[in-house]
Write a protein that binds this ligand. Structure first.
Ligand SMILES: Nc1nc2c(ncn2[C@@H]2O[C@H](COP(=O)(O)OP(=O)(O)O)[C@@H](O)[C@H]2O)c(=O)[nH]1
Ligand SMILES: [Mg+2]
Length: 253
């Protein structure tokens, strides 16, 4: 971890923080991406959390294929893992997470939101605490903490630095989902994979023609491949080409 400047130093403390605070928590809310829930789980977390149960929040469900998301929820239910899917940017998310917690956990409610970078932890916490007290953004590690947020209803939320490091950081899907940064020399390969997801019959290089049509050209009229690749990733991330899942239950990640 030390070799990667991308991870702020305070993240190293997260494991110790989680181990230390775990006895005081009634549950952890682990945030995963609904498009690839198992891939975006943080494996070591289960060893750190001790006896506190983990509830899974399949966030960004607006960007995932709804049928696949429902299949995931059933899959987790069969494994006795409490899971719920939502779009943290909607009011519905608050209701669903509130319901999941009250159905599966005994009060007092002392909760923490954990998970890999950029999955929506701050957005969820903001929604649950009702005020814009938590910074959200594309930069991992923006949250500084830990600190407790006590609500009028008696619920307590722990505002953790909350960022744990992914173990399978080489997986292109983690890069596409924004969990792991995309290096400049990786963008074209990922763009090509994205293109094939949406156009199974297309040739992998067809994404380059899309850039040409959009006018992403260099001096001399040649396609700007890097700019095109970055645009493909940006379009995917905002869901411009429709909801899609990157992992199905039962698939080996
Ligand atoms: N489409 C969509 N975007 C979301 C959702 N939840 C969060 N985001 C966006 O994902 C990005 C990362 O969210 P943030 O809460 O900062 O993630 P954190 O790093 O886990 O705290 C931000 O741009 C959010 O606006 C969601 O349910 N759907
Ligand atoms: Mg955050």
């Amino acid at each position: 971890m030390s070799g990667r400047g991308w991870y702020p130093g305070h993240m190293v403390a997260t494991q110790a923080t989680i181990r230390e605070l775990s006895p005081y928590l009634s549950a952890f809310i682990e945030v995963v991406d609904a498009r690839a829930p198992e891939l975006t789980r943080h494996r070591p977390l289960q060893k750190w959390v001790g006896r506190a149960p983990t509830l899974l929040a399949l966030n960004k469900s607006d960007l995932a294929d709804p049928k696949t998301t429902q299949a995931w929820i059933k899959w987790y239910r069969r494994q006795k893992i409490a899971a719920v899917a939502f779009n943290a940017q909607t009011q519905e998310a608050q209701r669903r997470l509130f319901q999941l917690v009250t159905e599966t956990v005994d009060p007092p409610y002392r909760l923490a939101v954990v998970g890999l970078p950029n999955l929506g932890k701050s957005t969820i916490l903001n929604r649950m605490v009702g005020k814009r007290r938590v910074a959200t953004g594309a930069k991992p590690g923006i949250t500084r903490g830990p600190q407790w947020i006590r609500l009028d209803n008696g619920w307590e939320w722990l505002d953790l630095p909350g960022v744990v490091t992914p173990s399978k950081s080489r997986d292109w899907r983690l890069k596409l989902l924004g969990v792991v940064p995309v290096e400049v020399d990786e963008a074209e390969d990922i763009a090509s994979r994205v293109w094939v997801l949406y156009h199974p019959a297309a040739k992998p290089e067809d994404w380059v023609r899309w850039g040409q049509v959009r006018g992403y050209l260099r001096h001399g009229g040649e396609v700007d491949r890097q700019r095109t690749a970055q645009a493909v990733l940006a379009e995917f991330r905002r869901g411009a080409w429709g909801p899609i899942s990157l992992q199905k239950p039962g698939e080996v990640s």
